[in-house]
Design a protein around this ligand. Structure first.
Ligand SMILES: N[C@@H](CCC(=O)N[C@@H](CS)C(=O)NCC(=O)O)C(=O)O
Length: 240
């Protein structure tokens, strides 16, 4: 079991890439500090060299700092006992979580370009018209392609309602997280203070409705996880 006090650092504007580790810690009853920081604090930390990969999320465990969302989530899943012990199942679950990261990368990629400036990797907001063009492709091509594959994994999983093996793993929480994010982000296209905001005359952006209805097994998985008491309590306190 984890000996050091775990501190998860992320921006103060939403769930983003920190939500999967949070869901895993919560599901596994693993205590952690959920520390949100402002962009100014982030810049200070970055210039003082405190962030191993110059980005968030970051997990501090005593003197050790872990960056990269998948690495943090995998560590949390092992602590929580929801990382498969069987190597093949572990690889299948890694595959799903890597796809989760691809989906987040591509969603954020609709909004920002990554460039190197003054020897640092930074994000630059795209023009709004380009954001909308990319969001359209994201929701009509990328998302259905990934959701179809997740749905097929459950279909092929010998009657199990989960993606890998017969009990819930971190892969299921990853799929839950992306479904929740895609649902919730739709509301944020209307709110100027959020990263997802799409201003007039381009917005608010309207993604295809009822996306989930095409994937009944994913819809069922989303319901099961959102009704788990610990997760339900978390989502109620942190809707987005
Ligand atoms: N591959 C990394 C990507 C991390 C990342 O892009 N973090 C963003 C926030 S979502 C960040 O720190 N952005 C600040 C910046 O680059 O200026 C991961 O999965 O953790």
């Amino acid at each position: 079991m984890m000996n050091s006090h775990a501190v998860l650092l992320y921006f103060d504007d939403g769930k983003g890439r920190a939500e999967l580790p949070r869901l895993i810690f919560i599901y596994g009853n693993i205590p952690f500090e959920d520390r949100t920081i402002s962009f100014d604090e982030y810049k200070q930390m970055r210039s003082s060299g405190k962030l191993s990969f110059d980005q968030l999320p970051t997990l501090e465990l005593g003197d050790t700092t872990i960056a990269q969302s998948c690495a943090i989530a995998r560590y949390a899943a092992q602590e929580a006992g929801i990382y498969p012990l069987d190597r093949l199942q572990a690889a299948s679950s890694d595959m799903v979580v890597d796809a989760w990261r691809d989906l987040l990368d591509l969603l954020y990629g609709c909004y920002v370009d990554r460039i190197v400036e003054n020897s640092q990797l930074i994000m630059k907001m795209r023009q709004v018209s380009l954001r909308v063009e990319r969001l359209d492709e994201y929701f009509t091509v990328t998302v259905p392609m990934h959701l179809g594959r997740f749905e097929q994994m459950i279909t092929d999983n010998q009657g199990s309602p989960f993606l890998v093996g017969s009990s819930l793993t971190w892969a299921d929480l990853a799929v839950f997280d992306i479904l929740y994010t895609l649902d919730q982000a739709a509301n944020l296209w209307r709110i100027p203070s959020t990263f997802f905001y799409i201003p007039e005359p381009y917005g608010p952006y309207q993604p295809p409705k009822k996306l989930l209805e095409l994937y009944p097994k994913l819809e069922a998985l989303k319901k099961t996880i959102s009704r788990t008491p610990k997760i339900a309590a978390w989502l109620q306190a942190h809707p987005y």
